[in-house]
Design a protein around this ligand. Structure first.
Ligand code: DSN
Length: 422
């Protein structure tokens, strides 16, 4: 299909009209091309997805749902949203899909809105053990408006303590039980959560933001058959636009749709809804399935490589796209490690580890993820190199090694460029 007369992303127009912001775009492109992006929640979305995000769909108000909008002129965006909904249901085997949440946090607020009211009891994983802000943190709406009971991981295994989850559920009778995490490297036993939820009559919500891309690629088991509702973001392993999505059983469809709009949001971002549709098509391909498997193989190789460098993987390794690394054994904290890696153009984040003696702003660990480097085409051999350069960087107390480490990083990124030039 011809690109003309398409009115799409026009960098020259931006550079002419607003060189300051154009320079930010260029500098960010240079940054990601010249360094290693190991933030577990980031990825490089495809040019096709980027094209939808920079399109005229950004202009359209479309409050409501396809065929039931509060604005005229929605015929074209209806097509995009209907295609996206159909693709989501097909890819995940879901009974209902809502593509409108602006983000993962927005999706979660909508789930709370559909199933609970302020003051209700919620059972969710604690943030210091790998949960998420919206799972009951005191500084978040969830912790302020709900009676949150938290479960965590066992100190000896660093795995979710399902006995504790069950005991807390029986004791507190939560309205909703949430599973899903941001810094838990292992698979979650959805059948166990279903059984606990059934035992106490709770709604089972899975926040699958981190791992839904691995589910889409059929690389790990799906929560969809077990959960009442599954919320997630579309920009992590899934490689779509920044945004949220919700899947649920048919019986909850009306409640979820009403909670997303009009309870929690107004007009959807139709450029993002269309971008989600594109990403869902990409995620249904055999190439994406191979990618999802490689993401895990790479995370396992990176985790093992970091262990060989003297850093301890929490829970002994990973089944997913991320590893949580305890740095206490090498006498470095998470903040120091993050800054030292940054100086060598390795981007990762400090992260609390379970039972962390340090406050979250310092943290004893780092979290590394492989979605972005795998999109660049790197494999297990490169993960060994990356583990070595991280090992060098975190011990580089005075920054004297940074240029030499950055040189090794450049060697890798030049062989596997992000957004290669055509
Ligand atoms: N902030 C995201 C992450 O990095 O895991 C989760 O929302």
């Amino acid at each position: 299909m011809s690109a003309t007369p398409f009115w799409g992303p026009d960098f020259d127009a931006l550079a002419h009209e607003d060189p300051e912001i154009a320079n930010v775009l260029l500098a960010e492109l240079r940054r990601v091309r010249s360094g290693l992006q190991l933030i577990a929640s980031e990825n490089f979305t495809s040019p096709a997805v980027l094209a939808t995000l920079g399109s005229v769909l950004s202009n359209k108000y479309a409050e409501g749902y396809p065929g039931k909008r509060y604005y005229g002129g929605c015929a074209e965006v209806d097509i995009a949203e209907n295609i996206g909904i159909a693709r989501a249901k097909e890819l995940f085997g879901a009974e209902h899909a809502n593509l409108q949440p602006h983000s993962g946090a927005s999706a979660n607020i909508a789930v709370y809105g559909a199933f609970t009211k302020p003051g209700d009891t919620i059972l969710a994983m604690s943030l210091p053990h790998g949960g998420h802000l919206t799972h009951g943190s005191k500084v978040n709406f969830s912790g302020k408006w709900f009676n949150v009971i938290s479960y965590g991981v066992r100190q000896d295994t660093e795995l979710i303590d399902y006995d504790e989850v069950r005991a807390l559920a029986i004791q507190h009778k939560p309205k909703m039980i949430i599973c899903g995490a941001t810094a838990y490297p292992r698979l979650i036993d959805f059948a166990a959560f279903r059984s606990i939820a059934d035992e106490v009559g709770a709604i089972m919500m899975v926040d699958a933001a981190h791992f839904i891309g691995l589910v889409a690629g059929k690389a790990i088991p799906s929560p969809v058959p077990y959960a009442d509702v599954v919320s997630f973001t579309t920009h992590k392993v899934m490689r779509g636009p920044r945004g949220g999505m919700i899947l649920c059983k048919s019986e909850h469809a009306a409640a979820i749709d009403k909670a997303v709009f009009p309870m929690m949001q107004g007009g959807p971002l139709m450029q993002a809804v269309a971008g989600k549709a594109v990403a869902l098509k990409e995620a249904a391909s055999p190439e994406y399935q191979a990618y999802a498997k490689q993401v895990i193989a790479n995370a396992q190789a990176l985790s093992a490589g970091l262990e060989a460098e003297g850093m301890r993987p929490v829970s002994g390794g990973t089944d997913t796209h991320l590893a949580l690394i305890d740095l206490q054994g090498i006498g470095v904290n998470g903040t120091e490690a993050e800054a030292r890696c940054d100086s060598a153009r390795i981007t990762l984040n400090k992260n609390a580890i379970p039972y962390d003696p340090q406050p979250p702003a310092i943290a004893s660990g780092i979290r590394v993820g492989t979605p972005a480097v795998t999109t660049q085409g790197m494999g297990v051999a490169e993960m060994k190199n990356i583990a070595e350069v991280i090992g060098q960087a975190v011990r580089d107390t005075d920054g004297s090694q940074a240029p030499q480490i950055a040189e090794r990083v450049s060697e890798l990124t030049s062989r596997f460029p992000a957004y290669p030039r055509p």
